[in-house]
Design a protein around this ligand. Structure first.
Ligand code: G6P
Ligand code: MG
Length: 220
C-alpha cells in the first residue's frame, strides 16, 4: 500500500537541469573545454562537488582544492542567477495536480534531492508547502546511488520503504530508490532509466489511480 511519495527535485518537480547545464558548461569553457549534453546526463542527481570532479576528469584537468571550491561557488552563483527567471509556471506539467491528489488521499510527501538549493527553488516556484519533509544536499552525507537520501525521507514520514514510491529522472536516483527497497517511477526515457519499475514521460497524463494500479501490478 502506498503510504508516501518521495520526489527528486531537478527534472521531476521543475526543469532546472537546463540551468545546471548552462552553468557547468561555462565553468568548462573557462577551463578551455566543452561539455556535451550527453556528458551532462551523467551529472544528474550527483552532488555539486562530485559533479565538478567528473567534469574535471572529462577535461583532463587537475585543480587545487581551493580552486575547486572557488569554481564550484562561482558556478552556484551563476546557477542561482539563472534560476531567478523561474516562476510558479515553471513547475513541470501535472506536478501540482498530482501532489494535490496525494494530499487528498493522505499520502505522505517528501523531497529527496542532492541539491543544496532545494528549499530556495521550491519557494521560488511556490511548491514548498506541499512537502512534509525535505531531505536535501545539506542533510545527506552519502549521495545517490546510495539509498541514504530516500531512507531518511521514509524515516521522517514514518513509513516502511516497501510503502514508498520514488520519482526520479536520474539513473543514480533510480538506483538509490531501488537500493532503499522502494518502488521507482522513472521520469523520462525508458531506454535511459532501465532499472526503474515503471517509466513515464511526466505527470501530465499520470494520476494517483494510474500509480496505484502500476504499484499493485508491478510492485511486491
Ligand atoms: C541535483 C541535480 C544535479 C546537481 C545537484 C546538486 O541532483 O540533478 O545536477 O548538481 O542536485 O545541486 P546544487 O544545487 O546543490 O548545486
Ligand atoms: Mg533529478
Amino acid at each position: 500500500e502506498i503510504k508516501a511519495c518521495l520526489f527528486d527535485l531537478d527534472g521531476v518537480i521543475v526543469d532546472t537541469a537546463r540551468f545546471h547545464y548552462i552553468a557547468w558548461k561555462e565553468l568548462a569553457n573557462d577551463l578551455g573545454f566543452d561539455l556535451s549534453e550527453e556528458q551532462n546526463e551523467q551529472l544528474k542527481g550527483i552532488s555539486r562537488m562530485e559533479s565538478l570532479e567528473i567534469i574535471l576528469s572529462l577535461g583532463g584537468i587537475t585543480l587545487s582544492e581551493e580552486d575547486k571550491l572557488e569554481r564550484a561557488a562561482k558556478k552556484n552563483v551563476r546557477y542561482l542567477e539563472l534560476c531567478q527567471q523561474m516562476t510558479p509556471d515553471d513547475t513541470l506539467p501535472g506536478v501540482r495536480a498530482f501532489l494535490e491528489e496525494l494530499e487528498k488521499a493522505s499520502i505522505g510527501i517528501g523531497l529527496g534531492s542532492a541539491s543544496k538549493n532545494a528549499k530556495v527553488i521550491l519557494e521560488r516556484i511556490d511548491m514548498l508547502s506541499y512537502f512534509e519533509t525535505l531531505v536535501d544536499g545539506n542533510r545527506v552525507t552519502k549521495g545517490k546511488p546510495d539509498p541514504q537520501v530516500f531512507n531518511l525521507g521514509a524515516a521522517d514520514l514514518q513509513v516502511n520503504p516497501a510503502d514508498c514510491v520514488v520519482f526520479e529522472d536520474a539513473v543514480a536516483g533510480v538506483q538509490s530508490a531501488k537500493a532503499a527497497g522502494m518502488f521507482a517511477v522513472g521520469i523520462g526515457d525508458r531506454a535511459v532509466l532501465t532499472e526503474a519499475d515503471i517509466v513515464v514521460p511526466g505527470f501530465a497524463n499520470f494520476g494517483l489511480e494510474d500509480l496505484q494500479q502500476q504499484f499493485k501490478q508491478t510492485g511486491t
